[in-house]
Write a protein that binds this ligand. Structure first.
Ligand SMILES: Cc1cc2nc3c(=O)[nH]c(=O)nc-3n(C[C@H](O)[C@H](O)[C@H](O)COP(=O)(O)OP(=O)(O)OC[C@H]3O[C@@H](n4cnc5c(N)ncnc54)[C@H](O)[C@@H]3O)c2cc1C
Length: 509
């Protein structure tokens, strides 16, 4: 159905498609939300996706070696177990295939509008609608759900000369599959979760790989193995078995929270394990020292790999810790003045996490963007709603991130919360639902209290978990079952609801 908003000045002039709910993004979060709507019979929604397929992270990260670092039995939807995971930690193609198959199984693909890059979303008080402009047309929605991802927009480092590099430059999240690295001199900038997967995958085929490290990471062994056909058969005929494995993995991983957020001493054995892993895999004391972090394990994401250290220690690999002074047309010069010829630069330099690009596109009641409102740090109620942004819900919003377990667990918690909010609107006949500033302040205080003394704040590192003020606005700083409890149902007392028959007023921006 198409319609035109009729209110003056701030109303959109274009004809637009009307829907009840518009979801931005088709990664785990957008798909999870869409499936929840479908499962309870809601059909009046669209999933706006800028790319040409579902999958989000797992569509975009096609670099060699890309794989999950939480076991697939846990890193998957609880309602869509996959008995056919080929490995305990599956690789990108299998995870992407799983997301595609799940979207098809639950009939979500027909709701997807691909090639719809959301360029702006603006709330109109008179019409009580979000006007969402995309590269595939304009949509009017009563409810807007942003599932645009926290690790979806790559960051590019500001290195002198990088733009004038004559070779190939690619971000790990925008890999050029057609480019053959065989026999090339490759520079990898960054040593985070993506870099430690890329380096061992390309080291055997390249002429040389130079790893430019700013901060070393703690790395523990990866207990990866193929899933035997018998196990897969058992998972298929006894689904409860796979559920039990999932529960075990979940509980095991929650123990890490004890050390990270409650009692630091519980991290000691984990740090010892990482030290022993490094000691065993790297014999050269100088290289070992360069690879040893000076902060407490857990402060930055704990990485898992069995082949990163051997790859860095290989004869055709070099670890550079001096920092990069400049990039020239065919080389990189480090701060010690050493120039290394380079054919391809791989930027494993992460994502916009505390400065989400989608926040610059969403305008609330008073015309300000989420980015404006968040200029002093991301604020929300229960990581999901923001005062001044009626009928807007955020999936994987502020303080939902986890480093120790599956993001899908957090996503499913949020989906339940948002779904309950939508059902509450239906049950109470509400046109508008908006959280209060008071609720936001209370949630901010709760997060601050929970974050106090945690390894993320006091572990002695700088990480993308913290914003420019050093505040934790990205991580959930407690057991994840507490987040689930907090988001099980809508905290109705923290919301102002406007009945559908109440007179509307447009507040001009
Ligand atoms: C390499 C890598 C490995 C990871 N491994 C793990 C792991 O092992 N375990 C774990 O728990 N987490 C892992 N993560 C985190 C991972 O991002 C989350 O687990 C999860 O996939 C996030 O899902 P999402 O739907 O929130 O975001 P995404 O998967 O990023 O999806 C967001 C979607 O929104 C779309 N989008 C964004 N902006 C717009 C716009 N303006 N208009 C239209 N569409 C838009 C994007 O194209 C994308 O499809 C990993 C992340 C990366 C990058």
């Amino acid at each position: 159905m198409t319609s035109t908003l009729e209110s003056p000045s701030t109303a959109p002039a274009t004809r637009a498609r009307n829907v009840r709910v518009a979801i931005i993004g088709s990664g785990f979060a957008g798909l999870g939300m869409a499936i929840a709507l479908r499962r309870r019979g809601e059909h009046d929604f669209v999933v706006l996706e800028r790319a040409d397929d579902v999958g989000g992270t797992w569509r975009d990260n096609t670099y060699p070696g890309a794989a999950c670092d939480v076991q697939s039995n846990l890193y998957s939807f609880s309602f869509a177990p996959n008995p056919d995971w080929p490995r305990s930690y599956s690789e990108q193609p299998e995870i992407q295939a799983y997301l595609q198959a799940t979207a098809d199984k639950f009939g979500v693909r027909e709701h997807c509008v691909f090639g719809a890059d959301v360029t702006s979303a603006r709330w109109h008080d008179t019409a009580r609608r979000w006007e969402i402009r995309t590269t595939s047309g304009t949509f009017l929605a009563q409810v807007l759900i942003s599932a645009a991802g926290a690790l979806a927009d790559p960051t590019y480092p500001d290195i002198p000369g990088l733009d004038s590099f004559a070779g190939t430059t690619m971000h790990s999240a925008r890999w050029d599959d057609s480019h053959d690295l065989a026999g090339e001199k490759v520079a990898v900038i960054g040593t985070g979760a993506s870099a430690i997967q890329v380096v061992p995958a390309i080291q055997p085929i390249v002429d040389s790989v130079t790893v430019y490290q700013r901060t070393p990471a703690w790395v523990v062994p990866r207990t990866d193995h193929p899933v035997k056909p018998l196990m897969r058969l058992l998972y298929r005929i006894v689904p409860g078995l796979q559920k039990a494995v999932r529960s075990f993995l979940y509980l095991f991983r929650e123990f890490l929270v004890l050390g990270m957020a409650k009692r630091r001493r519980f991290l000691k054995p984990v740090q010892k394990l990482a030290q022993a892993h490094l000691h065993k895999q790297v014999r050269d004391p100088k290289l070992r020292a360069a690879l040893t972090p000076d902060y407490t394990i857990g402060c930055k994401r704990i990485l898992i790999s069995n082949d990163y250290f051997p790859a860095v220690a290989a004869p055709n690999a070099e670890l550079v810790t001096a920092g990069i002074a400049e990039v020239r047309q065919h080389s990189i010069v480090d701060r010690d003045g050493v120039e290394r010829p380079t054919d391809t630069i791989v930027l494993a330099t992460g994502f916009h996490v505390t400065d989400l690009p989608i926040a610059e596109k969403i305008r609330g009641r008073d015309g300000r963007t989420l980015a404006d409102v968040w200029s002093d740090g991301m604020l929300s109620n229960r990581s999901s709603t923001v005062a001044g942004f009626p009928n807007l819900f955020l999936l994987v919003g502020p303080n939902v991130g986890v480093g120790h377990t599956s993001m899908v667990y957090m996503i499913e918690s949020q989906v339940a919360y948002v779904d309950d909010a939508l059902q509450t609107m239906d049950a109470e006949g509400l046109a508008v639902l908006e959280t209060t500033e008071q609720a936001q302040r209370a949630y901010r205080d709760l997060i601050a209290a929970k974050s106090k003394g945690t390894v993320w704040l006091t572990g002695g590192c700088a990480s993308w978990y913290l914003d420019k003020h050093g505040h934790n606005t990205t991580l959930w700083p407690d057991f994840t079952f507490r987040f689930r409890k907090l988001t099980r149902t809508l905290d109705r007392e923290n919301y102002i609801g406007t009945p559908a028959d109440a007179p509307a007023t447009e507040v001009a921006a």
